[in-house]
Design a protein around this ligand. Structure first.
Ligand code: HAM
Length: 440
């Protein structure tokens, strides 16, 4: 290779708060994607992908101008054409915009949608908190029945359980635009006497976003929140009945939940049920893995017909961190059926073609054409968890045969080159039967 002059300029680095997802971690991502897709299929959700860029007004109207997400954390900019746009800080607003824009109101309700995609918040980066992070989320739009809330909660809980995490549900009801204003008056009255003791953030929140005083993490604010009047005691009878029904369903389904009056969520569009999924025990006091809630006023807020909705989203990086800490067993190697090894230039040419043919016939195959020695290739086959290795050398080319090595027993046999797929299928089927018997 020709020598390249070293560049004098400093190296360009990753933007603060962003994250490269390297090969080692990809296995967690594919396990999560597979799980989410499987759940979506089982529960009848269809995939939706909305753009990462939306009009800034979409988020101001839905999430709320006074929330931290909108007032402090959005990546907003004005385009050359003068449009005020933002990178999406979450996906619910975009999904609801799309629901209205594409007339999904006319489809059988509820319309059940799921997504997996990056979100952007200019937050203070730390473990489990990034400026570009990924969420998967589920939204059911068009049904106000508490059974839908319960089902969504169960889904959010089961996904994490299935991924090997010990989690619990923290749940509350945040009422609606009828009963919440009344409660906010009571809450303000309570905090009035302690105004001087609030942290700087809460002093600002006092007038504009009083509800958020309840989930402040600073010591004194936390103590004050512990003693504050609770929203559940000020719910209208409709909101209360709805909440009781959700809890009854959860009891019925044996879901571990904690009533937590401090779950108020950081986004303004929520009504009634609000929940977060946290790790059980001490770890649960750190960041939530996911959260969701009902948003019965959101569609109308964006100009659509009054339509209820409920949904949740999880932070994928946070879920992966927890899986790594919990040492969730993951099949890192993603085993394959057969590894194709070659010895010599002629054999390499022939195995290139064989490799493609085996893939097109549906076998899961691996190779590493840049390795030349047999030992290296057998090591690589073992690392990939191959069940069989096909070995092609000069002698086999001359005889029109190939060696088939059983990777568990090490036994090798010579087979006819033209009968490779028949021989492989026979052995893989026998292996399946053997495995099924062992599982029983
Ligand atoms: P959220 O609670 O703002 O809700 O975010 C959901 C999850 O996204 C969080 O629990 C967390 O795991 C993850 N997350 C949030 N910010 C960050 C960050 N800076 N870095 C890493 N992960 C983060 C929503 O976004 C709602 N749209 C959920 C929803 C869907 N509600 C109804 N439907």
């Amino acid at each position: 290779m020709p020598k390249i002059k070293k560049a004098k300029k400093s190296r360009v680095q990753l933007v603060k708060g962003m994250k490269d997802i390297l090969a080692d971690e990809q296995v967690y991502w594919s396990v999560i994607r597979d799980k989410v897709t499987e759940m979506a299929k089982n529960y009848g959700f269809s995939r939706i992908d909305t753009p990462v860029v939306e009009f800034t007004s979409l988020f101001k109207r839905t999430i709320g101008e006074e929330t931290d997400v909108v007032s402090k954390e959005m990546y907003s900019f004005v385009t050359q054409g003068g449009d005020k746009l933002s990178l999406r800080p979450e996906n619910t607003a975009g999904v609801v915009r799309s629901y209205i824009e594409h007339g999904m109101l006319n489809l059988p309700q509820p319309v059940k949608l799921f997504y997996i995609g990056p979100q952007f918040r200019h937050d203070k980066p730390q473990a489990g908190r990034y400026r570009q992070f990924w969420q998967f989320g589920f939204e059911a739009i068009g049904d106000e029945d508490p059974v839908v809330d319960a089902q969504m909660i169960v889904m959010s809980y089961s996904i994490l359980k299935d991924l090997g995490l010990d989690v619990e549900v923290q749940i509350n009801s945040v009422g609606d635009s009828e009963c919440r204003p009344q409660y906010l008056k009571v809450l303000k009255q309570y905090y009035q006497g302690y105004k001087k003791e609030l942290c700087a953030d809460c002093t600002k929140r006092f007038t504009k976003n009083t509800l958020r005083l309840l989930d402040c993490k600073s010591k004194r604010c936390k103590e004050l929140a512990d003693e504050a009047p609770q929203l559940v005691d000020h719910l209208s009878s409709d909101c209360k009945n709805h909440f009781m029904a959700v809890l009854e369903y959860l009891d019925e389904m044996d879901i571990k939940y904690n009533l937590n009056p401090k779950i108020v969520r950081g986004l303004d569009y929520y009504t009634r049920t609000a929940w977060e999924i946290v790790e059980s025990g001490e770890k649960g006091k750190l960041n939530a893995l996911g959260g969701g809630g009902r948003y019965d006023e959101l569609v109308a807020l964006l100009g659509g017909r009054e339509t209820p909705g409920v949904g949740f989203a999880m932070g994928i990086e946070r879920v992966i961190l927890s899986m790594q800490e919990a040492k969730t067993e993951i099949d890192k190697t993603k085993s394959c059926d057969v590894y194709v090894a070659q010895l010599g230039t002629e054999a390499r040419k022939k195995t290139l073609k064989l490799f493609e043919e085996l893939i097109s016939k549906g076998f899961s195959v691996a190779e590493n054409m840049s390795k030349k020695g047999l030992k290296d290739q057998l090591d690589a086959a073992n690392k990939r968890g191959a069940k069989y290795t096909l070995i092609l050398g000069q002698k086999e080319i001359a005889d029109d045969t190939i060696l088939l090595r059983d990777m568990e027993s090490g036994v090798q046999e010579v087979i006819n080159f033209k009968k490779i797929d028949r021989e492989l299928t026979k052995r893989l089927e026998a292996l399946q039967v053997k495995l099924a018997k062992v599982k029983k």
